[in-house]
Design a protein around this ligand. Structure first.
Ligand code: ATP
Ligand code: MG
Length: 215
């Protein structure tokens, strides 16, 4: 049993995960106990996994096979969990992650169809044991709406973001699947609301779930 609290943000591209995490980070910066929080992202977070991140997302010379992509995500997850997440949780910290294994189920499982979702859950268990998020904010948006948003984004899209609409529809189905089988940890948010409205909702949930951390 971990002493801390593990929060993940999930949802398809451009649903607003990073926007909300940035707002939360800024909010937490002003708390007297800000050192009680750790932000991580997947894939990445350690020198090695940041290198693997580049290979997964931007390596165009020799595109990884879908199974390779799955295993690279799993490799970064082991590093991330063992080196960052578990030590922080064992220290009583709140860990906030931009994506976790639900993303693997949605992307590599449902969308790429490499392994079924049950098998990905089994594989995840073998890799990271029984660690599960305590709370997952799923920012839900239709693939069509997400596409519209992406057009307005200035930064270049990575390899996975360049996939077509059908792929993103499957991703969406993947999230619906995992959020229906691990219901108890999911908090689903309508991601079409304004960033401020969404943030207020997130903060309300956090203050009620882990009041001791929000002094
Ligand atoms: N609630 C919102 N309403 C409208 N636009 C938003 C909202 N939240 C974020 N955006 C805009 O949508 C785009 C994507 O947001 P963001 O980068 O936070 O998404 P993301 O979920 O982190 O995407 P990715 O999975 O690609 O990392 C940005 O241009 C951002 O300004
Ligand atoms: Mg993001």
């Amino acid at each position: 049993m971990n002493k801390g609290f593990f929060i993940t943000f999930e949802g398809g591209e451009a649903c607003g995960k990073s926007t909300q995490i940035k707002m939360l980070k800024e909010y937490i910066q002003n708390l007297p106990n800000k050192e009680k929080f750790l932000f991580v992202r997947e894939p990445g977070g350690t020198p090695l996994t940041e290198e693997i991140r580049k290979l997964i997302l931007n390596y165009e010379i020799d595109k990884p096979l879908p199974m390779t992509e799955l295993l690279l995500f799993c490799a970064t997850r082991v590093e991330n969990v063992e080196k960052l997440v578990l030590p922080a949780l064992n220290n009583g910290k709140v860990v906030i992650a931009d994506r976790f294994y639900d993303s693997t189920i949605a992307y590599q499982g449902m969308a790429r169809n490499i392994m079924n979702s049950e098998d990905i859950l089994q594989l995840t268990k073998k890799i990271i044991g029984n660690l599960k998020p305590d709370l997952t904010f799923y920012l839900k948006i239709s693939p069509e709406e997400a596409f519209k948003r992406k057009k307005n984004m200035k930064e270049g899209l990575d390899r996975i973001e360049k996939e077509g609409l059908e792929f993103h529809k499957a991703v969406s189905k993947g999230y619906d699947f995992i959020s229906s089988i691990e219901k108890e940890r999911f908090y689903i948010i309508d991601a079409t609301k304004s960033p401020d409205e969404i943030f207020d909702e997130i903060l309300k949930v956090l203050k009620s779930k882990i009041p001791d951390y929000f002094l």
